[in-house]
Design a protein around this ligand. Structure first.
Ligand SMILES: [Zn+2]
Length: 248
């Protein structure tokens, strides 16, 4: 939608709107602050294109560039959007779609700190005619089948994706930090069944979590292809779905 015009849209109708949502934050020493936004732009567009080619009537809205960065308040220029602000934005976007008869909305999340589940629950009550869902593309495939090193921020996966999508914005390898990170002393937090926000500046020196060392553009391309294929099928299914008859 960011690249189209009124001439193309004035008589158009869509079944599904996709709202990509990223973040603006440090990504180790070598990736740009808008890494999550570039990923969201490319993956949402690529996935929606595949759905469109199958006949899905989907429109991709412009990416929201700021996300929840409450745990990085002391990292220079990481821009935080509070969850309550995200809810206010979502209400306004959903209101437009609802008024104009686009009843399906997919929030295409690209940033680990964004947690849309409670917001989608609340939106659902406010817009009962709509079917609002969310997706987290980093979880759509098993990263272990594509990448050697595990991580969750500026890691081998993100560095590989950016080497494929925006190589001109990735610093040369000599600048890459190791992405070493500290674990919680309290085991329950490391096991994942208890949760507390990580104070990012205390767990990682270079802001990365995950070693980018083995990243390549080829790995990024393969992952991009497979993610867009899987998400494209999902988006097509969402376009086709009867929201009054979703269960079997
Ligand atoms: Zn990221």
């Amino acid at each position: 939608m960011a690249e189209t015009n009124w001439n193309a849209l004035k008589d158009a109708t869509f079944d599904l709107a996709i709202l990509p949502w990223g973040a603006t934050e440090a990504h180790n020493y070598h990736l740009p602050y808008a890494t999550d936004n570039f990923e969201a732009d490319a993956l949402a567009a690529g996935s929606a294109q595949l759905a469109w080619e199958k006949g899905g009537k989907v429109v991709v809205l412009p990416t929201i560039p700021f996300g929840v960065n409450t745990g990085q308040s002391d990292i220079y220029l990481d821009i935080n959007l509070n969850p309550s602000t995200q809810y206010a934005i979502l209400c306004d976007v959903a209101e437009v779609l609802n008024r104009q008869g686009i009843y399906k909305l997919l929030i295409f999340n690209s940033h680990g700190g964004n947690n849309f589940k409670p917001l989608v629950r609340e939106l659902g009550l406010k817009f009962p005619k709509m079917f609002i869902s969310l997706s987290n593309w980093p979880q759509a495939l098993s990263k272990g089948e594509y990448f050697k090193e595990r991580g969750d921020h500026a890691d081998e996966m993100e560095t590989s994706l950016m080497l494929y999508l925006k190589p001109e914005l990735v610093l040369p390898k000599k600048h890459w930090g190791s992405g070493a990170s500290k674990k919680h002393k309290i085991e329950a937090f490391s096991e994942g069944w208890a949760w507390a926000e990580r104070k990012w500046s205390q767990i990682s020196e270079d802001t990365g979590v995950g070693d980018p060392m083995y990243s390549t553009a080829e790995k990024g391309e393969r992952f991009y292809r497979d993610i867009t294929l899987k998400m494209g099928n999902f988006i097509f299914e969402l376009c086709q779905a009867d929201i009054d008859d979703l269960y079997q």
